[in-house]
Design a protein around this ligand. Structure first.
Ligand code: DX5
Ligand code: ZN
Length: 218
């Protein structure tokens, strides 16, 4: 069954704890934590996301799905290890070479966290094929990383299909997650393309009724 990971990027600080509680009640499967460093992407959410992760750990046992949009991946992995996230995703584009990628995968796994690699819309699948057997999940960005509320880029759906086919042909169990522009209109095409987890931010957080929004997506 399709899992929903709610991006908390646009949650307001004033009633953050209540919002996180309501998301759990509404049935989100994960909290998606969008860590941005002001370098890999323009925005900087390092402090607020760290604060939110702290609040969530105090009120919920639901898993954290940490998405690092940062240049210094290692430092940020180390920062999030104490929260025991279920998944840590880092960007292929943030890494200097394959050795660094292998080291980061190892660091994440050693801490009993599931490693995942993300690729931006312009990055080809070829680049990450050699890592697929070593990681838990691929996060296919369906928008340019950096902000919520953007429109899904249609050609990224082809990438999801291509990845699904490749995984099947190679007997790999790697999960596929999509992130960006997912709403009740766009979800069907990525679902049909074979995703396991959909990240949704504005489609859930801007809705009056989180439960209804999550149910509609699922
Ligand atoms: C984009 C982030 C996403 C984003 C999702 O850089 O990684 O998680 O906040 O937000 P929506 O669902 O509004 O596109
Ligand atoms: Zn994200």
């Amino acid at each position: 069954m399709l899992e929903i990971s709610t991006s908390i990027l646009t949650v307001e600080k004033e009633n953050a704890a209540k919002t996180f509680y309501d998301l759990e009640t509404a049935g989100t499967d994960y909290y998606h934590i969008d860590v941005m460093d002001g370098k890999f992407v323009e925005k900087n959410t390092e402090e607020i996301m760290y604060e939110y992760a702290n609040i969530i750990k105090q009120i919920s046992n639901l898993p954290l799905d940490v998405h690092l949009m940062v240049e210094n991946v290692k430092e940020n992995i180390e920062r999030y290890i104490p929260f025991s996230p279920s998944i840590i995703t880092f960007h292929y584009e943030a890494c200097k070479n394959n050795k660094e990628i292998l080291d980061l995968i190892k660091l994440i796994k050693e801490n009993n966290i599931k490693p995942a690699i993300s690729i931006k819309p312009e990055t080809s699948l070829e680049k990450i094929k050699e890592f697929l057997a070593l990681i838990h999940m691929v996060l296919i960005m369906t928008v340019e990383p950096g902000k919520g509320g953007q429109k899904l880029i249609p050609k990224t759906v082809e990438k999801v299909k291509e990845l699904k086919q490749y995984l099947k042909e190679n007997n790999l169990e790697t999960y596929i997650e999509v992130d960006g522009g997912i709403n009740k209109e766009t979800i069907n095409m990525v679902k049909e393309a074979g995703i396991d987890i959909a990240v949704a931010g504005s489609a859930i957080i801007s809705a009056q009724d989180f439960k209804k929004a999550i149910k509609e997506l699922r």
